[in-house]
Design a protein around this ligand. Structure first.
Ligand code: KOT
Length: 826
């Protein structure tokens, strides 16, 4: 049907003018099917329909995108640049539909074309350009920046292969390459004209230029070209559409041309391959793998391209170089982009000709650093030989920054050489290494942790000397997550009830959920609340069945732990409890325990043997428990393979209990804990990361707390912790460990889990055994609360009602106020 905008009601007319109605969408989908996919409806594959719809939606973003970019170029605004080696953006179609406000129209349009929108959306490949929390946080922040209409650009790497796909074979994790680009990426716009050169290797040369100024030239051994690949980031129901700019590496023609000319065809092609390798694959580790040259090259590559891009934008705005820090603020997402300190200095000194003092002032004002971990093994350092070989000029600059900085320390603390060596940018204790957290701290005007407890510990431990020197530079910004993706999009049933109860405003102002408190005890409301949860559980049960073949009963308590597999996150503590339950139920079949379904999900770093063993253990327990007729209707265990953003959409809304059981002081914040809370899931957790604040907001009576506090952990470890004492004192724990060691969960093979059991009984670095008894006692309280549906539902409603603080909108406002000097704008 042809529509005439002038005959429609004003709002509808406006929607139609912008193509935001179902008829125009339908028309465009059909047109794109032919013009871009070269298909007719009769022969179109489901994926063709997905592409046709995605392109139609993208077209609707483009007008806003172009206008947003233009307005940043033209107006006197400060732009926040979020520098991150990872952006775990997840599937784009559903999110863009929600943010444009056209989900219902798209559903109608696709239905008219004989397609089911959910089935079409399910075909989207996940852009897995991140490992976990840190990368997903970056993506949530982009969503909030656009929604709050704050001028922002995300800068990162356009990996050809993202995080590996996790398959489970014979209970073990197997990594498969993630070919997310194989069928094309409709959201990406490549801009070959936006490209920069990045130097590697070679040597430096000092000279005095024609005006008598001292200059350093870097004569590189190799250059790589970075090409901008842009993805639009549409804010929620606003005109702002920001940019995520990811760099793809390419060979520089002039370099391989030289090889071609001397007849070295293979040499030239090899050079090209090396250059393109830079953005080939995401490192699949939660922690840095020491000394990987390619990883350092990736970091420098994307940082240099991003800073050069900022300089070009500054020039386009007609602003002088002196105004760099007034126009840009760059947030460093952990230390992965911290080479920015040296690179911005290099660009200002060597390329723009500024003097050291002025360049340093600009650098410090322009940069800010977020720390995401206190784990010593995750603090990034680079050995000097490797660094010098790859980045000789940035290294000289780091030496000079260090020299000036240590002079300052010596002036403040004369004679305190141990402080000087503690604070130095170079660790001289073994083979000499650059401490990237120190570099980031010294080069930034603001340093923050990601939850209140974490920021306190950061000031007291890892960066203590720095916090003493510059207390005013240290902040806390507690993490947040976007309610658009993690509530509105993934839990449409609950979203509808929230709309009806507190009005639609909650999506852009999550504190409005407080309005639910008045309904927490209302029986009819509780019933609706439960019905939504049950429907979500039924949907998850189907996904579990198709992914694993295990049939789970949606009436059981869904007890879920999804996150990267790591000893500090203590999936094995959860596993020990399941083994104990299994033994109890075998001994006492009449035990009045509520039926539970334990669900795990998460990837282990490919080189992390203990984490992989934990996955095998969970699968071993699952195999035994799920095939034991005595456990039928009582206990189920599932390892959901390949946990990612896409599967997360089905998991968070369907959970009853969220496991946040890390050793206190080890999880910087956690963000899954927040996603669960929004979806009315109760937490069993330690006083770690943002759990502390979740409990504060929810109320202690609506949170299942257990375990040692961070100070207890620290003290115990200092004084000498003896895990074996806990084994001796607790028969149930001892028997569980013995059963695991016996090979009961691996078809009698008794050697495989031995290292895990021995590690626990001898070392137990993360105090799982010390917290075991309290965890079990806490699980009993969970069981009791679950047996009373009115109590449980009330707690669930109150958790959602009080989750407002954990919106990434709040977090981004805080970054804007305290760190960037940037306010939301229309
Ligand atoms: C990885 C390598 C080096 C340094 C830090 C990391 C890191 C930290 N990766 N993910 N994180 C997580 O970041 C999240 C967002 O702030 C936190 O919620 C979570 O606790 C960190 O573990």
């Amino acid at each position: 049907m042809a529509t005439n905008p002038t005959t429609l009601a004003p709002r509808a007319a406006e929607a139609s003018r912008h193509g935001l109605d179902s008829e125009s969408l339908q028309r465009d989908v059909l047109e794109n099917l032919v013009s871009l996919q070269a298909r007719y409806p009769a022969i179109a594959t489901p994926h063709d329909w997905y592409m046709a719809l995605a392109y139609s939606v993208r077209d609707r973003l483009l007008v806003r995108w172009v206008e947003t970019v233009q307005s940043y170029a033209a107006r006197d605004v400060r732009i926040a640049c979020y520098l991150s080696a990872e952006f775990l953006i997840g599937p784009q179609l559903g999110n863009n539909l929600v943010n444009l406000g056209i989900e219902a129209d798209a559903r109608e349009a696709m239905l008219a074309l004989g397609q089911d929108l959910d089935a079409v959306m399910a075909l989207e490949e996940e852009p897995g350009l991140g490992n976990g929390g840190l990368g997903r946080l970056a993506a949530c922040y982009l969503d909030s920046l656009a929604t709050l209409e704050m001028p922002a650009i995300g800068y990162g790497i356009r990996y050809e292969f993202g995080i590996f796909r996790q398959a489970i074979r014979d209970g073990w994790q197997v990594e498969e390459t993630d070919k997310w680009l194989q069928k094309g990426n409709p959201w990406e716009i490549v801009r070959p004209e936006v490209a920069y050169y990045v130097n590697f290797g070679g040597h430096t040369h000092s000279e005095t230029d024609a005006e008598g100024r001292f200059r350093v030239r870097w004569i590189a051994a190799n250059q790589v070209k970075g090409v901008a690949c842009d993805t639009p980031v549409q804010g929620y129901r606003v005109e702002t559409c920001n940019t995520l700019r990811l760099w793809r590496s390419e060979a520089v023609e002039s370099f391989d041309l030289a090889d071609f000319n001397v007849g070295d065809y293979y040499g030239a092609v090899e050079q090209k391959v090396v250059s393109e390798t830079l953005s080939k694959v995401l490192y699949p580790n939660d922690e840095p793998e020491m000394g990987k040259r390619l990883r350092l090259a990736q970091q420098y590559f994307f940082v240099s391209c991003s800073l050069q891009d900022m300089l070009r934008l500054l020039q386009q705005k007609g602003e002088p170089i002196e105004r760099f820090a007034d126009v840009f603020v760059a947030q460093l997402n952990d230390t992965h982009p911290s080479i920015a300190v040296a690179e911005l200095m290099r660009l200002l000194l060597d390329e723009c000709g500024l003097q050291w003092g002025q360049a340093w002032d600009i650098t410090q004002r322009a940069l800010a650093y977020t720390n995401h971990t206190l784990l010593p093994e995750a603090l990034e350092t680079w050995g000097l030989p490797l660094f010098r070989g790859l980045l000789p000029r940035p290294l000289e600059i780091i030496y000079e920054i260090n020299r000036r900085f240590l002079d300052e320390v010596r002036q403040r603390h004369p004679g305190d050489e141990s402080r000087v060596s503690r604070m130095s940018l170079i660790d001289e204790s073994g083979d000499r290494r650059i401490r990237m957290a120190h570099l980031a701290t010294v080069g930034s005007h603001a340093i923050n942790g990601v939850a209140a407890l974490h920021s306190t510990l950061l000031r007291e431990t890892v960066l203590r000397d720095f916090a003493e020197l510059w207390p005013e530079r240290f902040h806390n910004v507690t993490n947040g997550v976007t309610p658009r993706r993690f509530l509105a999009l993934c839990n449409p049933g609950l979203a509808r009830l929230l709309d009806q109860t507190v009005g639609e405003g909650w999506i852009a102002d999550l504190t409005r959920l407080r309005g639910l408190e008045a309904h927490a005890d209302d029986e009819a409301f509780q019933q609706r609340w439960r019905a939504i949860k049950n429907a979500n559980k039924e949907a998850l049960a189907k996904h579990i069945h198709s992914a694993t073949g295990v049939a789970v009963d949606p009436r059981a308590l869904f007890d879920i732990q999804v996150k990267r597999i790591h000893e500090y996150k203590r999936q094995h503590l959860n596993a020990l409890y399941i083994v104990a339950l299994y033994q109890r139920l075998r001994r006492e079949p009449q035990l009045a325990l509520a039926p539970r379904c334990f669900v795990f999900g998460g990837k282990a770093a490919p080189g992390y043997a203990m984490a992989k063993l934990i996955i095998r253990l969970i699968n071993g327990i699952a195999e035994v428990v799920n095939n034991d007729p005595a456990m039928e209707g009582r206990l189920k265990v599932v390892f959901f393979p390949n946990f990612n953003v896409k599967s997360a959409h089905h998991i968070y809304p369907a959970a009853d209990l969220s496991e946040q059981i890390s050793t206190a002081g080890k999880e910087a914040s956690g963000t899954g804990n927040m996603k669960f809370m929004m979806n009315g899931v109760l937490t069993i957790g330690t006083l770690d990361g943002a759990n502390v604040e979740i409990r504060e907001e929810a109320g202690a009576e609506n949170f299942f707390l257990f375990g040692l506090h961070a100070q207890d952990v620290e003290r115990l470890q200092r004084e000498g912790y003896r895990p074996a004492d806990h084994v001796t004192a607790n028969d149930e724990l001892r028997e569980a460990l013995e059963l695991i060691a016996s090979g009961h969960f691996l078809r009698g093979q008794s050697d495989v889990f031995r290292p895990l059991v021995e590690n626990l009984t001898q070392w137990d670095h993360f105090l799982a055994l010390a917290d075991y008894a309290d965890y079990v006692a806490c699980q009993a309280r969970v069981d009791a609360a679950w047996q009373d549906p009115a109590t449980w539902t009330r707690m669930s409603i109150l958790n959602t009602a009080r989750s407002g603080k954990f919106s990434s909108d709040r977090a981004i406002r805080e970054y804007g106020d305290r760190i960037w000097g940037l306010a939301p704008m229309k």
